[in-house]
Design a protein around this ligand. Structure first.
Ligand SMILES: NC(=O)c1ccc[n+]([C@@H]2O[C@H](COP(=O)([O-])OP(=O)(O)OC[C@H]3O[C@@H](n4cnc5c(N)ncnc54)[C@H](OP(=O)(O)O)[C@@H]3O)[C@@H](O)[C@H]2O)c1
Length: 316
């Protein structure tokens, strides 16, 4: 089956996910022609101006049709999913296969402007399995397609971002906040609005072709301070308790139980907190794109307001 070719068609993979879903909305606002790839197209619903194609990056099914006639393709897929789909130990292998399938299909279709969002690499330490896998995907895409661009971000601050949701749920549900040894490690989160804007503008910024660029907000903040500041902005009083250890496996199980997020998602995220995750060149990306990212506080306020618009936050 073929699909209608439109000029400047842009493919968004991961369109049922957090980043992909937001990006589709942003591209449509600008009147751009969008094709969305989803394993289960019924989860996307009908959206005016979006062509939907069924496909799976790990099996490779649907990729040829999805990429046909595209000038740009966004790679916004990862495999941190429940054990029934292969389990935690399998995510790196699945993501490697997905990237290789995608790269081969994009090369065959002549799509050169592939845009990927991955993770910032740790300073002075071994990357966690999750971050290592994100770097491996970046390498596969950049080596296969010289015009590809990889953007790297740490935590996205947005109502639908799973890592931000874990932090908010912890603050919401625990009056005493145990802060493990990683509480002093630092990162530079980015507002959802800014991450989506960087992604949307990338095809128009020719100098980003073949580059890997870190994107970040203006504030360097420790994980402990981030949690305490979220409590402050939620207007709740929480007592932080500093622990001298991390014990990530049992702590992940506890966080998963408290927040209601699957362990397959929580554990790789918590393993990534073991080192500073600071951008190499965030100022360079801001200059290239002409973007001035929101502060951490402003990003959190916006995310909490968006969240509260659809679901009451029960914290007192
Ligand atoms: N959220 C953040 O804070 C953050 C921060 C930095 C970087 N990033 C990066 O942004 C990208 C997107 O993350 P996200 O937060 O949007 O993740 P997400 O909400 O979990 O979405 C992941 C997407 O991948 C799709 N997917 C998984 N396996 C697939 C397969 N085999 N074939 C096709 N699609 C598949 C999922 O589709 P189904 O609906 O079918 O499962 C879903 O649409 C990732 O590369 C991530 O590393 C995110």
């Amino acid at each position: 089956m073929g699909v209608n070719n439109l000029e400047s068609m842009e493919l968004v993979t991961g369109a049922t996910g957090y980043v992909g879903g937001k990006l589709v909305g942003r591209l449509l606002e600008e009147g751009r022609a969008v094709r969305a790839l989803a394993r289960d197209p019924s989860r996307l619903g009908a959206r005016e101006g979006v062509q939907v194609v069924a496909g799976d990056l790990v099996s490779g099914e649907g990729l040829r049709v999805a990429l046909e006639g595209c000038e740009v393709a966004y790679y916004l897929v990862h495999s941190m999913e429940a054990a029934s789909s292969g389990g935690r130990t399998g995510f790196a292998g699945r993501d490697r296969r997905a990237a290789e399938n995608f790269a081969a299909a994009a090369c065959a279709a002549g799509v050169e402007r592939v845009i990927y969002l991955g993770g910032i690499t740790p300073v002075g330490g071994r990357p966690s399995p999750h971050i290592a896998s994100r770097i491996e995907v970046e390498q596969i895409l950049l080596e296969s397609m010289p015009e590809a661009t990889a953007l790297r971000a740490s935590i996205l601050i947005g109502a639908g971002s799973s890592s931000f949701r874990v932090l908010v749920r912890l603050v919401e549900r625990l009056r005493l906040l145990p802060l493990p040894a990683w509480r002093t490690n630092r990162t530079q989160p980015i507002a959802e609005r800014d991450a989506i804007e960087f992604l949307a503008r990338t095809p128009q910024v020719a100098a980003t072709a073949g580059r890997s660029l870190d994107i970040a907000g203006p504030d360097v903040i420790s994980y402990g301070a981030m949690i305490e500041q979220i409590a402050e902005l939620m207007g709740v009083s929480r007592t932080p308790i500093s622990l001298g250890f991390s014990l990530t496996p049992p702590a992940s199980a506890l966080v998963s139980a408290v927040t209601g997020q699957p362990i397959e998602l929580v554990r790789p995220l918590m393993e990534s907190l073991e080192h500073d995750l600071l951008p190499r060149n965030a100022g360079e990306a801001q200059e290239m794109y002409g973007l001035r990212p929101l502060s951490f506080d402003r990003a959190v306020e916006r995310a909490l307001a968006q969240w509260a618009a659809v679901e009451e936050l029960a914290a007192r």
